[in-house]
Design a protein around this ligand. Sequence first.
Ligand SMILES: [Zn+2]
Length: 477
Amino acid sequence: MTRLRVALLIAAIGVLTATCARNPVTGERQLALVSEAQELELGKRSAEQVRASIGLVDDPELQAYVQRVGKALAANSERPDLPWSFEVVDDPTPNAFALPGGYIFVTRGMLTYMDSEAELAAVLGHEIAHVTARHSVQQISRQQIAQLGLVLGMILVPEAQQFGDLLGSGLQLLFLKYGRDAERQSDELGFRYALQQGYDVREMDDVFATLQSISAAEGGSPLPVWASTHPDPGERIARAQARVAELPSLPDNLRLGRTEYLSAIDGLVFGENPRQGFFRESTFMHPELRFRLEFPEGWKTQNLPQAVVAVSPQQDGALELTLAPGAPEEAARQFLSQQGLQPGPAARETINGLPAVLARFAAQTQQGALQGVAGFVAHDNRTYRIIGYAPVSRYPALERAFLQAISSFAPLTDPDALKIQPRRIDVVKLPRAMSLDEFARAYPSAVDVKTLAILNQQPDTSTPLPAGTLVKRVVEK
Ligand SMILES: [Zn+2]
């Protein structure tokens, strides 16, 4: 950590008023850097950012369902009067997170992998606990500090800070990790909330097991965020099972809510939604906005909600595609008039038949002097900004790649790319007993049996499931 950063952290901590507040869950007095009013305000603002940047799943019935399940759990928590909200964000990564003040988000990716309301309750209960036990208050402080750090690094474009950090930054701030003890406490409290609502708490371990098998199926890739915050998912499963075993007796009629849950997620988009743009090798195509752009081969690319970014293999150069306000001339003028930026020559051009402005620039940043080139291209009443930049010493070697990428921007005309559709969950009621293997043959799916096994939490694919069982498959339609 640089000295500058340390000074900034100290300044940030000083700004926040330190108050002593009673923890709603433990009743203990603890040092809180933020008051409840601040907590609510920050939560509200962060939630607005989440909705604007990740976006919500456009399915009012599904949203209402998740909201209903979550609110019932929160109503019996230690902080029933918070403005609780439970929303499904349009992200294929299995995850759930809590913002201060009671704003809970679960991704559609998480929903596709769960298979009962009891599991949903376990996840939402866990997130509710982060709020009731005020773990998220510490998150606020850290988030504020991190954002201050961002402002320093934010020179050229708000989305980009440092080359190495470019990918996966931004929204990652929302997924700050709590400590191991906080996670345990949340599992414990979430278990209690779910049990109070009569849910079958034996389902909790299925959620962790499913997340584990997703990562195993992806060749041992890192665990999904929601599980990876926990040092030992195996231990978490064992503890979930121990909690059930410790109950004096398991109440009768525990609710699984499998039918309700599966009917709520029937038709939900599975995996990436190509309507929001997709890569075919290094070519990015956007069927809704009807354009394509070729990024340099071998660069690491990412389709973020508000930008498509690419970083060179040596991490010494970056390209970024975003929307820009106004016509190309106006967008260029605005961009070049930013503080700290020295505009170079700019010229009108035509790129693949589209009116454009191409401009050179230089900038002094925290990371040193940068040089770059920016293209502003008009297409379908929108202006796209494509900027390529690198440290001054590296720019000459990369300029050609930047210019090639900018000049590859073109209207998308490939009919297959234009009509591409996302894959969706389709829930089938088995007309007769059959194994998952048989099911896969009888009901063609866009994913393999291994994925079906994970989706249905049915590792054994050869044993018949009874007639009438609801089974998920994935279809392209
Ligand atoms: Zn957690």
